[in-house]
Design a protein around this ligand. Structure first.
Ligand code: UD1
Length: 426
């Protein structure tokens, strides 16, 4: 069942087969989550299509349902939502701790109903991940914020437009504040805003709902508040992280994969890295093809906010560079503690040394299958990629992380030749 990740499930891959064929990208998880929360801003029906069937989407729908939102799947990937009867304004710890994006209930609830009680996310495997930028922005919009018993309690009889300079271009804070500002009185300017394609997608839906937003996709977003929003239909953008993962799968297995739906404009930093490492790719109208016919050269990568190299593709690239020629470095600047996959890759024979936020990778000529453990969403897929390239069998445990962000990944990969199977936990 798509909404339930089994804690004990494992994925077993037998490596060494070049992957070949076509793979279709699903809708973007990181776009769909804020879009689903945005429907809280109106009492009219909204329809979202290309919504991926993932555990995080299931968690979001569960949270929305608990708030009083009614929803219906119209077909495999299209959902209709109505927030007419919202009667609860709380996102509980049990859900927020499993999915940090639940914190995105704060902006819409506060803007439409004047109050919200949302658990703080707490720590997670990839670092502390505080919410101070969200809260500072909400206060500038006129909300009173109280932190009590692990919850943020926010109130505002009416939000007022304000100048919101962000100390860091946080994706989640930009989304939360963008949603809140749509119904504020007057003009809001978000400066040093995140520029990710998912922000642009959110602004597109909000504008289709009657909001007045300009500048999304740049570092300065201007929002002219309106008194109410209405229903709208929207198609979620393709998942650039999933697309980048499949493109990397072609490179690491010396395969030949056409990734239908991959958008070069969303993947410029990855393609630039491919160009520097000598990985051959061609950009086509409806997707991108990678032909991995030789070991990639070493390269130095630094993760940065968009349009820089995405932290969500860092682990996958580390797997690829483990099999590169010469040495590479990866500097992680977005999250602390996001190198936990490195030690697992070492178990497969990679030569990686981590010091602080810099990983140095000396390319080796082959990896060997071994049991490894997934520690977070992107780490788990990097182990899968390494396993697909390794000699012998790799068993990845704790794959419930994978189910949060990759739709039917075993099925998609096996269609292009991967020898991969899920083993039910015991
Ligand atoms: C989103 C993505 C995630 C991606 C990340 C960075 C979703 C659902 N998730 O996460 O996949 O890895 O962007 O591209 O879209 N920070 C603060 N204070 C805050 C908010 C953030 O210090 O109030 C820090 C975080 O601790 C982190 C950095 O800013 O070190 C980036 O966080 P942010 O951009 O907010 O990431 P998310 O929105 O959580």
């Amino acid at each position: 069942m798509w909404g339930r990740a089994d804690y004990m499930d494992k994925i077993v891959v037998r490596g060494g087969t070049p992957l070949q064929g076509e793979i279709v990208v699903s809708g973007a998880k990181n776009a769909a989550l804020p879009l689903l929360f945005a429907t809280l801003l109106t009492d009219e029906e909204c329809r979202l299509s290309q919504v991926p069937k993932l555990v995080d989407i299931h968690t979001t729908l569960r949270l929305l349902r608990d708030l009083g939102v009614q929803y219906d799947w119209l077909n495999e990937h299209e959902v209709a939502l109505s927030s007419r009867l919202v009667r609860c304004f709380e996102a509980p710890y049990e859900l927020v701790k499993t999915m940090r994006a639940s914190f995105l209930t704060l902006g819409p609830l506060l803007a439409r109903f004047g109050r919200a009680r949302v658990s703080t996310p707490g720590g997670c495997a990839i670092g502390a991940r505080p919410v101070n930028i969200h809260l500072d922005g909400m206060q500038r919009l006129g909300a009173s914020i109280r932190l009590r018993q692990g919850y943020v309690e926010a109130e505002a009889s009416k939000l007022r437009g304000a100048y919101l300079p962000l100390e860091f271009p946080s994706v989640g804070a930009t989304e939360n504040l963008l949603m809140a500002a749509t119904l504020a009185e007057g003009v809001t300017i978000i400066d040093n805003a995140a520029q990710e394609p998912e922000i642009v997608d959110l602004a597109l839906l909000l504008n289709a709902m009657g909001a007045r937003i300009s500048g999304a996709g740049t570092s300065r977003i201007t929002i002219e508040g309106v008194t109410s929003l209405h229903g709208a239909n929207h198609v979620v953008i393709p998942d650039r992280v999933e697309a980048g993962t499949f493109l990397t799968a072609a490179a690491i297995t010396s395969g030949d994969i056409f990734v239908r739906g991959a958008r070069a404009d969303h993947l410029a930093a990855l393609l630039q890295t491919f160009a520097e490492t000598g990985v051959h790719f061609s950009v086509q109208e409806d997707g991108i093809r990678v032909t991995g016919n030789r070991r990639p050269c070493g390269v130095n990568i630094t993760t940065l906010p968009y349009p820089g190299f995405p932290t969500d593709l860092q682990a996958q690239l580390m797997a690829m560079l483990s099999l590169g020629v010469g040495h590479s470095t990866i500097t992680e600047t977005i999250f602390e503690n996001r190198f936990m996959h490195a030690q697992e890759l070492v178990r497969l024979g990679a030569d990686i040394h981590v010091q602080g936020n810099i990983a140095t990778i000396h390319g080796v000529t082959y990896l060997t299958g071994a049991p490894v453990m997934a520690t977070d969403l992107r780490a788990s897929v990097s182990l899968l990629l390494a396993g697909l390239a390794a000699q012998g069998e790799t068993e990845v445990s704790r794959v419930y992380h994978l189910d949060r962000g990759y739709e039917r990944i075993e099925e998609k990969l096996s269609r292009i030749g991967a020898r991969i199977r899920r083993v039910k936990g015991s």
